[in-house]
Every structure is written in C-alpha cells, then in structure tokens.
Design a protein around this ligand. Structure first.
Ligand code: IMP
Ligand code: MG
Length: 430
C-alpha cells in the first residue's frame, strides 16, 4: 500500500501530466485534490495526445480516478473531457466526483474576466476559468457544491439568496449574467443529472481503498509557487497546490501519506504575471519557448521562460517535504553551449538564499548563476533511444547537470524525462 503525492516545484507546467501518467501504471486510484479547469495536463500515449484540464492524468490508463473536494468543477468542461476520452480510447472513464467539491458557476467566469481588468497590474493574469471567484465563494460560504446539483430544494434555497447578490455585483461592473434565476437553476439541475453517476463521498472511498491495501496517487495541479499561501501572492492561483493541499483537498490524513514526489522542469516557465528572477530575454527565451512548446495549454498564451532557479526549487522541497524529484524537458535545453542555474539571489548588495515573501523585494532580486556546459541537441527519436539505453548512456554534460542539481538540493533525481513520449523517460534504479 502506498499513498504518493505528486506536486510541481515551480510555477506549474513542469510536466506533471506525463510523469503522473507514467507512475499511474503502478497505482490503483489517481486523484486530483486542487485547482480546476485552469490546469492543463498533456499526456501523449498510444499515439494520441490528450490534454486534460479536470480529469486526473491517469484517466488514459483506464484507472479509477477521483476529483476530490479541493477541486472546483467546471461541469461542462468535465463532461466534455469524459466524452472525448471515451470516444478516442473506446473505454469508459472511471470517475469518483466529490459531492463536496465546489461548482464553477457561469457568473464566476464573467467575474474572473472582470476582476482581471479591475485590479490591473496586480492581476495574476488568471486563466479566466472562474477559479478565483469560485474559491472566493467557497471561503465566504456562498458557494454551490456538487451535492447541491442533486438536490433541487437546497439548490433553490441557495440561489434565491445568491442569485440577486451575484446580479448586483455584476451590475456594479456593468455586466450581465445573461441567465435568469430559473435558467440557472435548470442549468445546475441538468449538470447534476449528467454527473450523478460519478458523484461520491471521495474521502470515504479513498480511505477505504487505502485500508484495502491499494496504491493511491494524489496529483497536484499547478505548482508550489502558485500556492495561495506559499506562492507568489497575489500572482498565483487560489488553491493550495502544495502537498499539504493533498490532505485538505481529499480528506486523507497526513499520517497516511508515504511519499511526496516533486516535478522540476530543467528550466523555469511562467504563464501569468509577477516577478520572475531568472527570466530570459530574447532571443534565448523564444528559443526555449519554441523548442519546449511553452504555450499555455488552457489559454495558448506564450509562456515566459528562464533558467532553472534552485532558490525556488529548494523552497519547494521544504514546503512539500519532497524526497524524490522527477526532472523534465532536459531535451529542450540540448544544443546550448552552456546552461545556467540560479543558486542564490543578490538583493541590495547582499546574497540571499531563501525565497522572499515581498514581491517588491523579489522583483529587485538578481540571480546568482552557476554556469555549466551544455549537451547536444538530438532529434526526439534519438532521445527515446538514448533513454532506452539508461542513465549511464546520457551525454556526460547532461549527467553533470543532473548531478549538480542533486548535490545542490541534496535530493535525488529519480526520474529523467527527455521528451513527451512515455518511452522517452529514464527511471533510475529500474
Ligand atoms: P487562475 O488559477 O486561473 O486564477 O490563474 C492564476 C494564476 O495562476 C495566473 O497567473 C495563471 O496563469 C496561473 N495558472 C493557473 N493555472 C495554471 C497552470 O495549470 N499552469 C500554469 N499556470 C497556471
Ligand atoms: Mg499545464
């Protein structure tokens, strides 16, 4: 029996989807604990490319999946993903959907877009999926949960109160919902009918699975530095993306978690606003962006790209309790004469090694770099072959890069990913 948590150590988009899909083969249940359709997980398998926003990445393997209480659910998106995967694989999606998860309502999406422009420079550059307003309602206790979609009486009682409040708020912004209260009730009940077969007490089922000796994988969305408490506030997302979020977001006790795996991309990328110490200028940023396909899965926005920042990753090791790392996209850096890694920051003439809370301080931090030799650029098919031959066959400079990261972080890199395909991966010690 193993309960493993997988989290991103940077700003999200570390390649968690691929790693979770890879690990999923030895797990019985794969569950998501945070975020919503703001996430974008790409899995390339069986000659097909799958991009999930809500379903856990293990869904491709026809594993039992769960969307737990910490997730905010965009019902239309979820139903669309289920239909798509079932059509393309010819297999049924096995899903437990928490009755306690909050529903992203049509007004949340409109408010998300409106608030983005209202806060101007302080905007996180949200994905516009209604995530912030939905978590906002959850915290202020004015949210609609999945269980409400199955109970017309409580749904009506809530919308009798909340609908006029949301209408007023939208009106203050000069906006309209475009749905009457009755239409909104109908929308909710329809979604409830379609989702009913999946709805469950996910905490109960997951704990029962653990009791039965099953292996459970808890898949985090986004990354450590987007966490609402530990991330680059206010530029991050609205959920707890760190390993602790796996407990509150599922109803599994911290005492039942065996291991936390951190995903670290060989460089850093960022899709929203906010300070980014190792951000690269052109033309280097474009080179990495194009080669790494660094465009938002949800918004298609070009991602900002920069060197690997070990100050950030070290912080992630601490707040998550990571004992093993998976390093992704090392192939993307191939072909550079040298690569850089930030080991500390310089601020006001002083060297700092801990990630600051104050965004004004972070903006003024200059990275202190270590420069390492680069490794060759190889076609995807060759990386796959190289991966098949094992770690010792990797180009020497690439092994040195990995060894440098391990030494510096005092943590093993146990999985090395050299391309999108499942096969372009080395699992050390296997
Ligand atoms: P929200 O989660 O849509 O509210 O967006 C808040 C911030 O988090 C924005 O800067 C987004 O670009 C960023 N963000 C949200 N989800 C992801 C993700 O899955 N990957 C990378 N960035 C994300
Ligand atoms: Mg993503």
């Amino acid at each position: 029996m193993t309960v493993k948590v997988v989290v991103g150590t940077q700003f999200g988009d570390e390649g968690k989807g691929k790693i979770v899909d890879l690990l999923a083969s030895s797990f019985d249940v794969i569950a998501r604990f945070n975020g919503g359709a703001n996430a974008g997980h790409t899995v390339v398998a069986e000659g097909q490319r799958f991009a999930f926003r809500l379903l856990p990445s293990g869904a491709v393997r026809q594993k039992q999946t769960a969307i737990c209480n910490g997730v905010v659910v965009d019902a239309e998106q979820l139903l669309g993903e289920i239909a798509d995967i079932e059509e393309r694989t010819g297999r049924e999606v096995r899903l437990w959907l928490s009755d306690r998860a909050h529903v992203v309502m049509p007004y949340h999406k409109i408010l998300d877009e409106a608030e983005k422009s209202l806060v101007g420079k302080l905007s996180s550059g949200s994905t516009g999926r209604g995530i912030g307003p939905c978590y906002g309602d959850k915290v202020t206790r004015t949210g609609i949960r999945i269980c409400d979609l199955l109970d017309e009486e409580s749904l009506r009682a809530k919308l009798d109160v909340y609908y006029p409040l949301r209408e007023k708020l939208l009106g203050a912004y000069g906006l309209k919902l475009g749905l009457s209260k009755e239409e909104l009730v109908k929308w909710c009940l329809e979604k409830g009918t379609m989702l009913k077969r999946y709805v469950a007490d996910t905490s109960l089922l997951l704990n029962r699975a653990i009791d039965e000796g099953k292996n459970v994988l808890l898949e985090g969305a986004q990354g450590t530095h987007l966490d609402i408490d530990h991330g680059i506030y206010p530029y991050g997302t609205s959920s707890n993306t760190i390993a602790g979020g796996a407990c509150t977001g599922t109803g599994i006790s911290p005492t039942r978690i065996d291991q936390v795996v951190g995903i670290v991309k060989a460089y850093t990328s960022r899709v929203g606003e906010g300070p980014f110490p190792t951000e690269l200028d052109e033309p280097m940023a474009s080179r990495i962006r194009e080669k790494g396909g660094e465009y938002g899965t949800v918004t298609r926005r070009p991602r900002r790209c920069g060197w690997l920042d070990l100050v950030m990753v070290r912080y992630a090791l601490r707040v998550n309790g990571i004992s093993s790392l998976a390093m992704t996209k090392l192939d993307v850096l191939g072909g550079l004469r040298e690569v850089k890694v930030a080991v500390a920051y310089e601020h006001d003439g002083e060297e700092i090694t801990e990630f600051p809370a104050n965004m004004r301080v972070l903006s003024a931090c200059r990275p202190v770099y270590e420069t390492l030799p680069g490794w060759p650029d190889l076609p995807a098919a060759v990386w796959k072959e190289v991966a098949g031959r094992g770690y010792e066959e990797l180009p020497m400079a690439l092994r040195e890069y990995i060894a440098y990261v391990q030494r510096s972080l005092r943590t093993n890199v146990d999985i090395i990913s050299l391309g999108q395909d499942r096969d372009a991966t080395i699992v050390k010690g296997s």
